[in-house]
Design a protein around this ligand. Structure first.
Ligand SMILES: Cc1cc2nc3c(=O)[nH]c(=O)nc-3n(C[C@H](O)[C@H](O)[C@H](O)COP(=O)(O)O)c2cc1C
Length: 189
């Protein structure tokens, strides 16, 4: 499915709003945005770099951006963050094993709970914003669903449309990835 159908318009307006309001000045406190990604190929890395660049947009102030490869991220990283960006390839109709390992590792400490049958229990409590991008070659539907089924059981809320990209990364995809990064950072500024 083309990524352009899935850009979060509400998120984009959040970034625009911060740009419009930039004259109001900076906030005293720093927020932290955690970027957790699995980017195994140059193609995916282009998207990831654009997301990270967007999160560092010059017009966004008061946000520290912490970037972790999925196999390196720890629960402390999650607990210390105010918002999240997740990036993964689509593999076998699911998220990458690396990002799944991340969620397996941090789920309970991040506020998730399991039912007696091992399924995730619906989250309650705080609602930290998160965003997601997924790159695939054929179909990213299952990969997106797999992430959402887990993060939906954490006290987080999707704050921008999922960016799904199939095949080669175009300038439009890069711009959408930049916008995604900027949107999440803007929400924390
Ligand atoms: C084992 C394996 C499984 C894959 N499964 C999917 C899949 O289910 N859906 C999909 O769209 N792409 C799938 N792909 C393609 C990868 O998502 C793709 O290779 C990755 O995003 C990197 O993109 P690139 O190969 O264009 O650099 C798979 C690739 C591999 C190696």
């Amino acid at each position: 499915m083309p990524s352009d159908d899935h850009h979060g318009r509400s998120g984009q307006s959040a970034l625009r709003s911060v740009r419009d309001d930039s004259a109001r000045g900076t906030l005293a406190t720093m927020s932290r945005l955690l970027v957790v990604h699995h980017s195994p190929t140059p193609t995916v890395r282009v998207l990831t770099d654009a997301v990270i660049a967007g999160a560092h947009d010059d017009e966004i102030e008061g946000v520290e951006v912490v970037v972790r490869e999925a196999l390196e991220a720890r629960a402390d990283d999650v607990l210390g963050a105010d918002g999240y960006l997740f990036g993964t390839t689509a593999n076998f109709g699911y998220m990458s094993g690396a990002l799944k390992h991340f969620f397996d590792t941090i789920f309970l400490e991040a506020g998730g709970a399991l039912a007696d049958d091992g399924s995730a229990v619906a989250a309650s409590g705080g609602k930290k914003p998160y965003g997601l991008w997924v790159h695939g070659r054929y179909d990213t539907t299952g990969a997106v669903r797999s992430v959402q089924s887990i993060v939906g059981a954490l006290p987080w809320v999707q704050a921008a449309g999922v960016l799904e990209v199939l095949g080669d990364v175009t300038d439009e995809h890069e711009a959408a990835a930049y916008e995604l990064g900027g949107t999440l950072a803007a929400l924390l500024s």
